[in-house]
Design a protein around this ligand. Structure first.
Ligand SMILES: *Cc1c(COP(=O)(O)O)cnc(C)c1O
Length: 386
């Protein structure tokens, strides 16, 4: 029996695909005609689910998908996605043939890579490539005009390579001080000035740069975090000229509710003791789901009210202090809205001393993803049973 569209524990992440569509729509209005959107769906679409987000983004007008490595791209191909996919990270030259077979576009930045890849490609095969330029991120990319010329030359002299794009990545586009961004932008302009040919795609901007710097559009932008409805940084919060809606929420249902007497303890270490008679509820989620131990003390929503997580978070469960008796089976929102109360991913990120990107990414495959469109559940993906 295939029950991957079902789950047996009341713990799930809800992904509202309409938010993804709306976020891309407002982005499209913000961009001039002729600027393509590459929808960044690496890391299982930042934890939201690669297939559903990819399909939604393509329907909303994204022309290209981008992932971090070949396995992620092949996973999308295996699920039936035929749109162009750019692999943003490094791939092995020995795998050039596999990239051709799956019609993947690879990122390259070393002439030795091309020399090796040539040995693995037959005549008639064609590998689409984007050259990565390191203008100051210090991660991947050619750093000098000489390196760039050598790499370009090797691509254009070999029929098995197609020079489709060139790009760079900004280190500080989400910071209000623009100085470093400007240096990187200028460096990129100088570098592409040295090209003999103009590839189809020239792109530099992630969400933050695409929101803030029109001059850096060239002819495509790579949109990740904002497609999911999140601000690229807290600093930038008031700089976003259009509304974004968070697509991701987290829900559980109470599995146990009990009366604690003053002094009764909760969880490992017995660190929490009720100060008076209290109602304590148990939630079926823990750090193995990505609901990390550092979230002890974080509030959740029950009956439209904020209540705290008490005691240590266990591997599979945690406890909350209820305001009054609430029946087993009541829905508890860990991320998202209940009535007038909203717990944003930014709030969880602040509690974890991290950035919002990390929060949905670390929600593990144990947590089924429930997809909604038009306010209705349209699909459920439970990786454990697939
Ligand atoms: C992840 C990534 C992006 C997307 O960045 P966001 O800030 O999520 O929009 C763009 N470009 C590259 C190279 C990336 O690795």
């Amino acid at each position: 029996m295939n029950n991957q569209g079902f789950f047996y524990r009341d713990t799930w992440a809800e992904v509202d695909l309409d938010c993804i569509t709306e976020n891309l729509n407002v982005f499209k209005e913000h961009l001039p005609q002729g600027v393509d959107i590459f929808a960044v769906v690496k890391a299982n679409a930042y934890g939201h689910g690669d297939l559903h987000v990819a399909k939604t983004a393509l329907n909303a007008g994204a022309t290209y998908l981008a992932v971090a490595f070949m396995d992620e791209a092949i996973a999308l191909r295996n699920k039936g996605i035929s749109a162009p996919i750019l692999v943003l990270g490094a791939s092995r030259p020995e795998d050039a043939k596999v990239a051709v077979q799956f019609n993947l576009t690879l990122t390259i930045f070393q002439k030795e890579w091309l020399e090796e890849a040539r040995k693995h490609l037959s005549t008639g095969e064609k590998l689409s490539l984007h050259i990565k330029v390191d203008t100051g991120m210090g991660r991947l990319g050619v750093r000098t005009c000489e390196e760039l010329s050598e790499v370009e030359q090797l691509i254009i002299e070999d029929d098995r390579f197609y020079f489709e794009g060139i790009f760079t990545h900004y280190a500080t586009a989400d910071e209000l001080n623009n100085q470093y961004f400007k240096e990187q932008y200028t460096r990129f302009e100088e570098m592409i000035h040295h090209l003999k040919t103009r590839p189809k795609y020239i792109h530099t901007s992630n969400s933050a740069a695409a929101i803030r710097f029109p001059k850096a559009y060239f002819n495509a932008v790579r949109i990740g975090i904002s497609m999911y409805g999140l601000t690229p940084s807290i600093e930038m919060k008031n700089e976003i000229p259009f509304p974004l809606r968070e697509a991701f929420s987290m829900q559980v249902k109470l599995v146990n509710v009990k009366r604690h007497k003053s002094g009764d303890k909760v969880s490992y270490g017995a660190t929490y003791g009720s100060v008076e008679d209290e109602w304590i509820g148990t939630l079926p989620i823990g750090y193995a789901d990505g609901w990390l131990r550092k979230l002890q003390g974080q509030e959740v929503l029950v009956d439209g009210q904020r209540v705290p997580i008490v005691g240590r978070i266990c591997m599979d469960q945690c406890m909350i202090r209820l305001p009054y008796y609430v029946p087993i089976g009541t829905q508890v929102t860990l991320i998202g809205r209940q009535g007038d109360e909203f717990i944003s991913i930014n709030e969880i990120a602040a509690k974890l001393d991290t950035i919002n990107y990390e929060v949905p990414c670390v929600i593990t495959k144990r947590v089924p993803r429930v997809y909604k469109q038009g306010g209705k559940v349209t699909d459920i993906k439970n990786d454990l049973l697939s």
